[in-house]
Design a protein around this ligand. Structure first.
Ligand code: ATP
Length: 247
């Protein structure tokens, strides 16, 4: 299968300090890939790089999917909940790529918005300002928006953090549905049991790749111990190294 993403000696970081470095590898189209690793391993940084929010310090990301066909859901903490918008309008923003910023929403679009809200179990919440939602309701709203985005590549950063088991089951089913439709999903996740149950491929990251491949081969006790040690030994203030130089 053709790669939808390829990392070529990719180093990403902040103010010249690398957070992920010398990443090499390809994500085949239709992948359902989990990105795992200890706190500070560089998982969110990698997603930001793929989403185009953060430019590489060196190396590159080759992508087969244009930016407008990529959907990125950042960590909940990065989503501004004070923005004065209700559930319906936030979900409707998922149609933005088709309707344009000032495009009208017709009857068919309204039906699609209502179907997306129903699919995440939020009927009756349409008029609720997002500031008044619980964490789980907010995450369902964001998933409903993703449903309408019709993206080929979906990037999810800790999408199930602090959610109850029922919400996680509902949203995991949506992720599997997207993948079944041929979309590629890359998700940062901490719950290794959930990854083993639902994500066939895993990238285990600890600033650089510890292991990448079939989930059950990657998430071994020894690989997880290596990842922990690599993160603990990392120098936060390390300078960016020259391309091709493995630190
Ligand atoms: N905006 C930023 N400016 C400077 N350094 C940052 C910034 N964001 C992240 N970092 C640093 O980059 C490194 C990797 O952080 P990142 O958030 O990618 O890790 P993570 O694997 O997603 O961690 P967690 O599991 O805790 O969410 C950390 O050392 C972090 O302090």
């Amino acid at each position: 299968m053709a790669p939808v993403l390829a990392f070529r000696d990719l180093t990403l970081g902040y103010e010249r300090h690398p957070a992920v470095h010398h990443l090499e590898g390809e994500v085949p189209e239709r992948s359902l890939l989990a990105v795992c690793g200890p706190n500070g391993a560089g998982k969110s940084t990698l997603l930001k790089g793929i989403a185009g929010v953060l430019a590489p310090l060196s190396g590159r990301i080759e992508g087969a999917v244009p930016a407008q066909e990529t959907a990125y859901l950042p960590q909940a903490a990065e989503v501004d909940r004070s923005f004065p918008i209700d559930v319906y309008d936030l979900v409707a923003m998922g149609l933005w790529r088709r309707t344009g910023l000032f495009g009208g929403i017709g009857r068919a679009d309204r039906a699609r918005i209502e179907a997306a809200i129903a699919a995440v179990g939020l009927e009756g919440f349409e008029d609720r300002p997002i500031a008044t939602l619980s964490g789980g309701q907010m995450q369902r709203t964001l998933f409903a928006r993703l449903l309408l985005q019709d993206a080929r590549l979906i990037l999810l950063d800790e999408p199930f953090n602090a959610l109850d088991a029922g919400t996680i089951a509902d949203l995991t089913a949506l992720v599997e549905r997207w993948n079944g439709e041929g979309r590629t999903v890359v998700a940062v996740l901490h719950d290794l049991e959930l990854v083993r149950a639902h994500f066939p491929q895993t990238l285990l990251l600890a600033r650089s790749t510890v292991a990448w491949g079939a989930t059950l081969d990657v998430l071994t006790t020894s690989n997880l111990a290596v990842a922990r040690r690599m993160c603990e030994a990392w120098d936060e203030n390390a300078p960016a190294c020259a391309p091709g130089e493995a630190a």
